[in-house]
Design a protein. Structure first.
Length: 148
């Protein structure tokens, strides 16, 4: 059974609004992609939307989707999983416990999405991928999304 994801902020999927994936100059997240959470979790974006009192704008505007069977998904369950992934090699990146994945290389290598289960290793992943905040997925390839 494939996972159902939910994206908040739009009522339908339009792949033309997905920006090309680029490495961010100083954040652990990429520029571009489509962010979502697995639908059936308690540590996803719906909780974040509710806490930030954006129920009208956010939680009522969503769509559900699955990824195609052929989608190449990297699942990160702990900070240790980051050691096998390509990193940006730039001297100008902020120093600290943060991990700066090379999203452009991941796309070039055929990765379609990255799912992070933050709640599985909050202590390690929260600092390594500071800013991801929730159990979430970032879809890098617009062609693997199937709205349901």
């Amino acid at each position: 059974m494939s996972t159902v994801y939910i994206h908040y902020g739009a009522t339908h999927y339009d792949k033309s609004i997905m920006k090309e994936i680029r490495n961010h100059p100083f954040l652990t997240k990429p520029i571009g992609g489509l962010w979502a959470s697995p639908e059936d979790i308690s540590f996803g974006w719906k909780v974040q939307c509710s806490r930030e009192a954006c129920i009208e704008d956010c939680c009522n505007n969503f769509f559900r989707f699955k990824l195609t069977e052929r989608a190449n998904i990297i699942k990160i369950l702990s900070a240790n999983d980051l050691a096998t992934l390509p990193l940006q090699n730039r001297a100008d990146l902020p120093k600290g416990p943060w991990v700066y994945l090379d999203f452009e290389r991941l796309v070039a290598d055929g990765v379609d999405a990255i799912e992070v289960v933050m709640s599985n290793d909050w202590g390690g992943l929260h600092f390594a991928l500071y800013g991801w905040d929730r159990d979430s997925i970032v879809v890098l390839n617009p062609d693997v999304i199937v709205q349901i």
